[in-house]
Design a binder for this molecule. Structure first.
Ligand code: FAD
Length: 331
């Protein structure tokens, strides 16, 4: 891939309530991989009413340069204002790629940017590898029923990354340059107006940041049995995850769903109980540090990716695990 003189990678680090969203910071990880082949820098763009918290977090996630655009125009979440700032910064720094979180705002900005400049656009990437100097992105296709690899055919291009699919970049001692950019958004750039923002009242389950996840699948049998998954998660200080069938059976709320249509996770320890290992589930747990699977079928596909596989009935194995952990904690 010929990067020409467009070697920098520009990451739009989205913020919510003055804090960067995880996938925005995780975009810096894929940007690092791209910058290694392009030979350029990772530029983190923060646009907000007050970027102070965002600058600190982006600095600790390894940005080479932080472009801070501050102003009241970014207060109410109007996509037009952010797009204007992105356009200005891209016009000034000529990046080889623009990366954002795969949120509604990230999708809007990258899609508009690609459409306006006629660029390739990778949406909802769950992985990135570099092959012979070319970035190969893995993205879901056909409503998430398959994963496929796509390659941008020219520089520059734009991409969004799925929350949790890329770990946050490792902190380096290197301090980034912080550049205060003056961007004043003209009224003519604002085509829409945000009249009101409402916060959805939903159960807050932080699967993305959990260190331990105990997930249950259809093999748990019923809601009463599923309580064993909850108990194991509790004794380990972890969070409960679930497959789609377990959610559709009403054993646990949708906020717990792990998988292509749920959350992508990267805990240090993932324990899957009565889960077969369908691609729509396991593609979202591949960044886990250690995977333990309990399944009565020794040929279950989840054993192909598990570090430890326990062949047996969840109703016998889980109570033993819970008792043993309780004993060790007490002793
Ligand atoms: C577009 C699309 C999006 C999807 N998104 C998601 C998603 O986000 N998340 C998701 O999870 N799925 C998703 N799915 C569904 C996915 O394809 C699988 O159907 C699902 O992951 C299977 O869930 P499961 O492993 O719980 O059930 P099953 O595949 O039925 O597996 C149950 C397993 O439990 C084992 N078992 C049964 N009884 C016991 C026992 N007593 N002890 C031990 N083991 C036992 C069985 O051997 C079996 O392996 C999606 C599908 C599509 C088409």
């Amino acid at each position: 891939m010929n990067w020409g003189n467009q070697r920098d990678i520009l990451v739009f680090v989205e913020q919510k309530s003055g804090q960067p969203v995880n996938a925005g910071l995780e975009g810096l990880t894929s940007a690092h991989a791209l910058a290694e082949v392009s030979g350029g820098r990772v530029l983190a763009l923060l646009a907000g009413a007050d970027n102070s918290a965002g600058i600190k977090r982006a600095a600790s996630c390894g940005a080479d340069v932080i472009l801070s655009v501050q102003g009241a125009s970014f207060q109410n979440g109007c996509g037009d204002a952010f797009f204007y700032a992105l356009e200005q910064m891209a016009g000034k720094y000529h990046p080889g790629a623009v990366v954002a979180a795969n949120t509604p705002l990230g999708q809007e900005l990258t899609a508009r940017f690609s459409a306006r400049h006629g660029l390739g656009n990778v949406q909802d990437a769950v992985a990135l590898r570099i092959q012979d100097g070319t970035p190969v992105w893995t993205v879901p296709a056909y409503g998430g029923t398959i994963l496929t690899n796509v390659v941008p055919n020219a520089v520059p291009f734009a991409a969004t990354v799925r929350s949790g699919a890329f770990q946050k970049a490792v902190t380096t001692a290197k301090k980034p340059f912080i550049v205060e950019e003056m961007v004043s958004v003209p009224d003519s750039a604002l085509h829409t107006k945000v009249l009101e923002s409402v916060r959805e009242i939903a159960e807050e389950i932080n699967l993305e940041d959990a260190k331990v996840i105990v997930a249950g699948g259809r093999g748990m049998g019923n809601k009463e049995n599923f309580a064993l998954v909850e108990e194991l998660a509790k004794v380990l200080g972890g969070v409960v995850g679930a497959t789609r069938p377990a959610i559709e059976s009403g054993w646990v709320s949708r906020a717990h769903q792990v998988g292509q249509s749920g959350k992508t996770v990267a805990p240090a320890l993932y324990i899957g109980c009565g889960i077969s290992g369908a691609i729509q589930h396991v593609s979202s747990i591949m960044n886990s540090g250690y995977i333990v699977a309990v399944n009565k079928d020794e040929d279950a596909p989840i054993f192909d990716i598990a570090n430890i596989g326990i062949v047996g009935d969840v109703m016998q194995i889980l109570p033993v695990m819970i008792e043993e952990i309780k004993k060790r904690k007490a002793g």
